[in-house]
Design a protein around this ligand. Structure first.
Ligand code: GDP
Length: 187
């Protein structure tokens, strides 16, 4: 629908949208594609030059999914990191149509410092949040469950949590159901 560098470029702030955010390489683009059920949707957002942009995808009348720029990529120069931070803050802090946030975390890494900073900062907004523990197929079932329990304690009861895998499809239906609920309701 649209790729935006700054709030002036965002589509009209009407209806409802659900945004995806996460550390670079956490499986965010893969998750956007799977959950939207449209392959290659988020590939657009991976094309060079677009990774710093907010990418808006229409998924119905006045309903959008938003792929936010990934963070924590060490090789990015500080001035670009500062710009990312600004556009993320502008979006997450002020977007009225934002109905829910999906955070992708590599299940092997768990919550990183930047994930934690972001979630703390968002608390006053009382936004529904779901964490996808991505690449769950990389751990044994027992280890994945243990990691999910540990993170559930860290995150508290207000945050939805699911083991997620693009390979096995684990968690995809659950994530879709949460997102559908957030996107439903009056415009
Ligand atoms: P992004 O940078 O957060 O958008 O991450 P990507 O979606 O590009 O994924 C980063 C890497 O992890 C890619 O090589 C993906 O193929 C891989 N990946 C993503 N999801 C999964 C998953 O569920 N299982 C496995 N094994 N690999 C995954």
């Amino acid at each position: 629908m649209k790729s935006a560098a700054s709030p002036a470029d965002f589509p009209a702030d009407t209806g409802r949208e659900v945004a995806f955010v996460g550390r670079s390489n956490s499986g965010k683009s893969t998750a956007v594609n799977l959950v939207a059920g449209a392959r290659k949707l988020a590939r657009v957002s991976k094309t060079p030059g677009r990774t710093q942009l907010l990418n808006f995808f229409s998924v119905g009348e006045d309903r959008r999914l938003v792929d936010l720029p990934g963070y924590g990529f060490a090789r990015v120069p500080p001035e670009i990191q500062a710009r990312w931070r600004k556009s993320l803050e502008a979006y997450l802090g002020e977007r009225a149509s934002l109905a829910g946030l999906v955070v992708t975390m590599d299940i092997r890494r768990g919550m990183t410092r930047l994930d934690e900073v972001l979630l703390r900062w968002l608390e006053p907004r009382e936004l529904p949040v779901a964490v996808l523990l991505t690449k769950a197929d990389k751990l044994s079932r027992g280890a994945a469950i243990a990691q999910e329990r540990a993170l559930a304690r860290e995150l508290g009861s207000g945050v939805k949590l699911v083991r997620f895998s693009a390979l096995t499809g684990d968690g995809v239906g659950e994530a879709q159901a949460w997102i559908d609920t957030w996107l439903a309701g009056p415009k």
